[in-house]
Design a protein around this ligand. Structure first.
Ligand code: SF4
Length: 379
């Protein structure tokens, strides 16, 4: 088994007793996308419960040539587990202060953007406006700055959100178990942490500063969140940073192993991809829509009960199509700036789908889908 160097942990980072990271890295080391054949893909599609090897086959070039067959199974699983329901939510950016030095992100420490953070009062005002659109599911985000958006601040915002929404997710910097327990007490239900890439070497080259530099502390975040009492945890690899098939494979195996260890956990995936842009730097490995669809369908078939979210990085037509096949949750009325960028602060990335909540709702209904504003009752 791989041994993982946790010596980079900085003061205050909690260690938990887990070997899931080592197991995922071992599986990833044995993953060879080229080794699978059409026959392996057909075997995977005929199995009721997929093995890790079956999942790997669905991510291979052999499966790329059989996407119509893969889509039939993915659609069937989605219909059986979720009917035609699609969850709608919106992200609210609380703060873009960040100590991170991630070379691919507009919020990174040295990017020179205008920084701002909503006061808890302004956050509450914003939440009231979002709630008036009918949404009952919200995701609160911050950059990675314990000094500018501390845990108490996040807790205050979570408390305000829980007054307006039935489900409150957080996508903030990774925390310790007791901090997750505190935010759970404030009203947060779920935690999203993207590992970005599961290749430790590529990760080190892309994450130059801040606590995000510590690969293993980030990797264990979902476990700490569940130990802190969170109901759900979301996983994602930012496809395009490393080898997309291998990152998607590692992400799926990570989620699968967490599900086995914490059977009660509500698992979900996001499928973000890094979009190439003019003079794209060398770390961008372009990922096509077709590849993205293949990954999303492989997640669906491997873990049929998992939620799958497709973000506004993707076009309206892609999002509407993937919803019918495998995705179950879609954001609407999105701004990736703090308070919509009203004071001139910059967004984290460019979005491709700028539709309002009403427009997304209409588009889903026209496709025979049922927009669901929340199917979770807080206990
Ligand atoms: S990816 Fe996260 S940690 Fe990195 S610069 Fe962006 S907001 Fe900061």
């Amino acid at each position: 088994m791989s041994s993982v160097d946790r010596s980079e942990y900085t003061e205050g980072m909690e260690r938990i007793d887990s070997n899931i990271l080592e197991k995922v890295l071992d599986e990833a080391a044995g993953f060879d996308a080229q080794s699978y054949t059409e026959r392996d893909v057909r075997t995977a599609l005929s199995n009721d419960a997929l093995s890790i090897g079956d999942f790997a086959a669905l991510l291979s070039p052999a499966a790329d040539g059989m996407l119509e067959e893969v889509a039939v199974r993915a659609k069937d699983e989605t219909r059986r587990r979720f009917g035609n329901a699609v969850g709608l939510f919106t992200p609210i950016y609380l703060s873009n202060h960040c100590d991170g030095g991630c070379v691919y992100c507009g919020f990174s420490r040295d990017s020179g953007i205008k920084r701002t953070a909503l006061s808890p009062e302004d956050a509450e005002r914003k939440m009231r406006a979002v709630a008036s659109t009918g949404l009952t599911d919200v995701l609160l985000l911050t950059g990675e700055s314990r000094s500018m958006s501390g845990v108490r601040y996040i807790g205050e915002c979570v408390r305000a959100a829980s007054e307006h929404f039935r489900s409150v997710g957080i996508e903030v910097y990774p925390l310790n178990v007791s901090e997750y327990a505190y935010l759970r007490e404030c009203g947060a239900d779920s935690v999203t942490v993207f590992q970005e890439t599961y290749d430790p070497e590529a990760y080190a080259e892309l994450h130059l500063s801040g606590q995000k530099k510590v690969f293993s502390y980030r990797f264990d975040a979902q476990e700490r969140a569940l130990q802190g009492g969170m109901r759900g945890v979301a996983f994602g690899a930012l496809l395009g940073l490393g080898d997309a098939a291998k990152d998607a494979f590692s992400c799926g195996v990570h989620a699968h192993m967490i599900q086995r260890k914490y059977p009660h956990a509500e698992i979900s995936f996001s499928v973000p991809r890094l979009r190439p842009f003019v003079n794209s730097p060398s770390y961008v490995n372009p990922v096509s829509e077709r590849r993205l669809l293949q990954v999303a369908m492989a997640y669906r078939i491997f873990m049929p009960s998992a939620g799958i979210t497709v973000s506004t990085r993707e076009s309206p037509s892609f999002r509407d199509n993937v919803i019918g096949l495998c995705a179950t949750r879609i954001s609407a009325g999105v701004s990736v700036s703090v308070d919509g960028g009203d004071d001139g602060n910059d967004g984290q990335f460019d979005i491709s789908d700028e539709r309002s909540v009403a427009e997304v709702r209409r588009a889903l209904e026209e496709r025979g889908m049922q927009p669901v504003f929340n199917d979770y009752v807080r206990t």
